[in-house]
Design a protein around this ligand. Structure first.
Ligand SMILES: Nc1ncnc2c1ncn2[C@@H]1O[C@H](COP(=O)(O)OP(=O)(O)OP(=O)(O)O)[C@@H](O)[C@H]1O
Length: 986
């Protein structure tokens, strides 16, 4: 993984870095022109993705780019958001990882106008999960079904429009459920506001839902014959309105095969009935009316025959239902014929209702096949994908645009709720100083639309339900009366002259957060009513018989027109309720945003229409988004969580931090080298300003985890085993210690008794410690009288030992006495007799040995040798030589060594010199009477007898022997040289 990451980083070429990858890094981040220029620059290089913090902005390339293969998927796996070039896979991966690590449900909200690439983006995320998430055999089935749900839903819910050849004509929210291992195990889809009007009418250049064309183009001959269909779309009124049955970018025949296969994967076994209904809708469209006096009658019964067969209804009842309506007059039910226009409306209403319910039923079937049935996995995490129509602003905007734009207001409200507002509130709550960002809170517009009693939807419902001649125009008047003063509402009547010029009298204008939109009220009431003529519902028992079988789709009953007394919820109200539910779902999750844009209106690759882009930048609220990102902090986490996650990165916080979490985090970030401008510490959370700071930390963690993980996995078993051994060892030691203490105490109590089991441990211990003590403190010499005090039990043995020791010392002492020593002793004895109590310095002289010279009869001034103990003094060495008998002494030499000063006979000296290696100076000139050699550690003076002289010793760094001016012999010597430590006194 790591090497992969480096590969990837190095693959971030100069091209990848065109402009900025994240708008947050734009120098001039408040300039819309700079924003668009960055988009343009990147788009020209086929870099269609750019971030605003964690929001992904995507521009539809209208061509296949080589950035969606498996290699790419693998590269984005587990890689931090900012390490690689922006991509839809990074968003998918980020949500997936957050879900896994933080155990929080996620949602990815994909918005943008028709053709901007929302559906493609959601499919890419789904494919990413299908490829990269772990899978078992069962999971593979779920993955397949999740993927295959797309072609089915697209066949029934998508159509070619002017803006998009494959436009989703419904909103879709899809939950992907993951088990604890992170494998996708199920899913659930909620659909919103299918554009049913397309079944009966299409604008020029547009088509009906794909499935009709697929069936006619791709259906096998037998199948078509059975359904009473011809292989020619031109034959069907519902397929010719847009005058565009064939589209070059669409291959209906292959798509048909794909859909059939997908239906099999999903486990769909009612496709025969499904196709019957699709064919019925086409036959219904071909029901033609004629008639006189305004009374409608069906001109040909061919369609009725087919319909009766395909739907299993009675032909006469169907004919009656398509040409009459029931009304209650004076308490009685009366059957009233319809005029031509009314009959056509009834027919179209039936077609729309049939198709709409079939679509809902299909979604339910898909959901049933995606339901995860394993009971052992009750707790799964969820990633929701919302692919919903973006803001729509056309030349003529109607009820559908009103609903769609209302939905977008709600989503913007959610965005504000989840990011902008809560962000600022959080900073305040955490005590973090932050300049508040001014943003437009669109709640005021949401309220204008949805408020109870006073909102536009309530007023519309009221008009639909009130008795009397309610019409689209009376609805408009009602609006003027009720919300006329609202700052975001204008009508022709209320507008200033300038606005009046661009508004018709049938329009009202809403000032949406993204811009102004004029809505034409024509058809508002009908579309909101969405009702079948009351008597058509009687058909329901048969024409939708298979749908109504309880075990199949019992809930469809709820969607059927209710009995005449209680009115069904109106379309807008239903939509409002389902949006409220959606908001609730999204609110409980952590959102990620993908903002899709289309670069031009002609579906062309490489064309970047700045006007169109500017428009989208505005109504996607991107500049607002960027402003907030730049002012705020990119990331925040509770101290406990932050510390828990990153503690291993600092030796002070690893493995456990004992103090407060706040202090731990402070220590940690200090260790990580965060700069003051990069973060702030709030009351309970750390706030990190730039994503890159966090990602550097994340990377550190990854590296560390890699190391730790390796080490941790292998030794777990060893650790457990070793811990067991240590614990047992500690327990054994504790037991032994307690036992020892117990025996010691008992022994102490019985210490004066004879040796017995109670005190034997104690006595042994005492004996042992006495002997050890004695060994360390034996007397040093025969004169030393010290002896450790024995314990009572050992006094006798101690005395015996003491005597033995003394005898031993005396014996060794005696052994050392040689004849010379013996002689000394005798001398000392003589001296004692002579000087004891007579000479003051006698006591000090006792321990001093007589030097040989003296013993040899030499007469050396005692001062000489004594003084040799100090180097700083001046020493006189008077050497007058006589032997005892008065003969001239044999030539003598003064030998000064490190320890002694002795006069030796020349002959003996020569002998010594032979042993020594002569290294040093030799001088013969000291008043003509001195000969000396300087050896490494001593020097010799050749001293003629009867001569007197003075030697001056001075410490110095180098040995130097010379005749001084005053006639003395000057010896400069290093401190270690010629420093007699012990001398023999003469
Ligand atoms: N990432 C992409 N790479 C290549 N082509 C793309 C990409 N995204 C979108 N397109 C092209 O743009 C067309 C429209 O995209 P898509 O159907 O996803 O738009 P949409 O936003 O879902 O529109 P609608 O709201 O009408 O459903 C696609 O059919 C495809 O041809």
């Amino acid at each position: 993984d790591k090497s992969n990451r480096y590969d990837l980083r190095s693959s971030l070429t100069a091209r990848d870095r065109v402009g900025v990858q994240d708008f947050v890094l734009l120098e001039n981040f408040t300039s819309e022109a700079a924003f668009i220029e960055n988009l343009r620059k990147r788009f020209k290089e086929n870099l269609i993705y750019t971030y605003i913090g964690s929001v992904l902005v995507s521009v539809n390339p209208y061509k296949d780019l080589e950035i969606y293969n498996k290699n790419h998927m693998q590269r984005y796996r587990g890689v931090n958001f900012y390490e690689v070039s922006p991509h839809i896979y990074a968003v998918g991966d980020n949500s997936y990882r957050s879900m896994r690590t933080e155990r929080k449900d996620q949602c990815i909200l994909i918005s943008g106008e028709s053709g901007a690439g929302k559906t493609e983006a959601s499919k890419k995320i789904l494919q990413y999960y299908a490829v990269t998430c772990p899978a078992s055999e069962q999971v593979q089935t779920v993955k397949d079904r999740l993927l295959q749900s797309n072609p089915v839903l697209e066949a029934f819910g998508n159509a070619k429009t002017l803006r998009n050849d494959n436009s989703s004509r419904f909103g879709k929210y899809m939950d992907i459920q993951f088990d604890f291992k992170g494998a996708p195990v199920g899913g659930h889809i909620i659909n919103y506001l299918l554009e049913k009007s397309r079944v009966v009418h299409q604008n020029h250049g547009e088509r009906n839902f794909h499935i009709f064309y697929q069936l006619i183009e791709g259906g096998e001959e037998d199948l078509l014959r059975g359904l009473g269909l011809e292989r020619n779309p031109q034959q069907y009124q519902y397929l010719v309105k847009g005058n565009c049955p064939k589209v070059s970018s669409i291959n209906d025949r292959t798509d048909w095969k794909t859909v059939r296969k997908a239906l099999t994967v999903i486990g769909f076994d009612e496709d025969e009935e499904l196709l019957n209904i699709i064919a019925s809708v086409l036959h219904l469209g071909n029901v033609q009316y004629g008639g006189e006096d305004g009374v409608a009658c069906i001109t040909s019964d061919t369609q009725i025959k087919y319909l009766a067969r395909l739907l299993g209804v009675n032909g006469t009842v169907l004919t009656e239902a398509l040409t009459h309506k029931k009304i209650i007059a004076k308490g009685e039910e009366v059957c009233v014929p319809l005029n031509l226009e009314q009959a056509s409306s009834a027919r179209d209403a039936l077609s729309k209702a049939v198709y709409g319910r079939t679509f809902t039923w299909l979604v339910n079937k898909i959901n049933a096949s995606l339901t995860y049935t394993d009971d052992s996995c009750k707790h799964y995490s969820v990633i929701g994908l919302l692919d919903i129509y973006g803001f729509e602003v056309f030349q003529h905007n109607s009820f559908e645009q009103f609903c769609i734009n209302y939905c977008n207001e709600k989503l913007q409200q959610l965005f504000i709720e989840l990011t902008l507002k809560s962000e600022q509130e959080e900073y305040e709550a955490e005590g973090i100083t932050w300049e508040p960002v001014q943003y437009f809170n669109n709640k005021i517009i949401c309220d204008l639309v949805e408020e109870k009693f006073k909102g536009i939807i309530s007023i519309l419902d009221e008009e639909c339900l009130r008795p009397g001649d309610a019409s689209d125009l009376t609805f408009l008047e009602k609006l003027e009366d009720t919300v006329g003063g609202h700052p975001h509402f204008v009508t022709h009547k209320l507008a200033d002259t300038k606005t009046r010029k661009v508004m018709s009298r049938e329009e009202f204008r809403l000032l949406h957060y993204a811009g102004e939109v004029n809505y034409n009220v024509n058809g508002f009431l009908d579309k909101n009513n969405d009702l079948l003529f009351r008597n058509l519902k009687e058909l329901s028992g048969c024409y939708l018989s298979f749908l109504l079988r309880p075990h199949r789709l019992h809930h469809l009953l709820n969607h059927l027109p209710p009995p005449s007394v209680s009115a069904p919820p109106q379309a807008a109200t239903q939509f409002k309720a389902s949006l409220a539910k959606l908001m609730e779902i999204l609110m409980s999750k952590e959102p990620s945003y993908v903002r899709c844009m289309k670069p031009n209106d002609s579906k062309q690759a490489g064309r970047f229409d700045e006007v169109l882009i500017r428009h989208q930048v505005k109504y996607l609220g991107l500049m607002e988004n960027l402003r907030v990102r730049r002012a705020g902090f990119a990331y925040r986490r509770r101290y406990e969580l932050f510390l828990q996650r990153y503690k291993s990165l600092c030796p002070d916080t690893w493995a456990n931090w004992q103090g407060k979490a706040f202090d731990g985090v402070a220590t940690l970030v200090k260790h990580l080298g965060y700069k003051p401008e990069e973060y702030k510490l709030g009351r309970s959370k750390i706030f990190i300003r730039f994503p890159k700071t966090l990602f550097a930390t994340e990377e550190g963690l990854e590296t560390r985890k890699h190391g730790l993980g390796e080490r941790r996995r292998r030794p777990v078993a060893v650790q457990a085993w070793w811990r067991g051994i240590l614990a047992r060892r500690r327990a054994r030691r504790r037991r032994q210690a307690a036992d020892t203490i117990r025996r010691f105490v008992k022994g102490f109590i019985h210490r004066h008794r004879e040796r017995c089991p109670e005190n034997e441990y104690f006595l042994d211990y005492v004996r042992y410690s006495f002997l050890m003590n004695l060994r360390r403190n034996l007397p040093k010499n025969v004169l030393d009288k010290s002896w450790p005090t024995p314990p009572a039990a050992l006094s006798e043995a101690s005395e015996l030992l003491r005597k033995l020791c003394m005898q031993n010392m005396v014996w060794s002492y005696c052994k050392k006495i040689n004849s010379e020593w013996k002689h000394q002793m005798e001398q000392k004895m003589v001296a004692s007799e002579l000087f004891k109590d007579k000479k003051d310095n006698y006591p000090q002289s006792v321990s001093k040995l007589f030097v040989n010279t003296r013993l040899n009869g030499e007469d050396i001034n005692p001062k000489v040798v004594q003084a040799l103990g100090s180097e700083k003094m001046k020493y006189a060495v008077p050497v007058t030589k006589y032997d005892r008998k008065g003969y001239k002494a044999r030539p003598r030499q003064l030998l000064l060594t490190a320890n002694s000063a002795v006069i030796v006979e020349e002959a003996k000296l020569k002998q010594r010199i032979e042993y020594a290696t002569l290294r040093g100076q030799r001088s013969t000139d000291w008043g003509g009477c001195v000969m000396f050699w300087v050896l490494q550690s001593c020097f010799f003076l050749n001293w003629p007898s009867g001569k007197e002289g003075t030697i001056d010793f001075t410490p110095g760094s180098e040995l130097l022997v010379a005749k001084a001016k005053n006639g003395h012999l000057s010896v400069v010597s290093p401190p270690t040289f010629l420093r007699p430590a012990r001398v023999y006194a003469p």
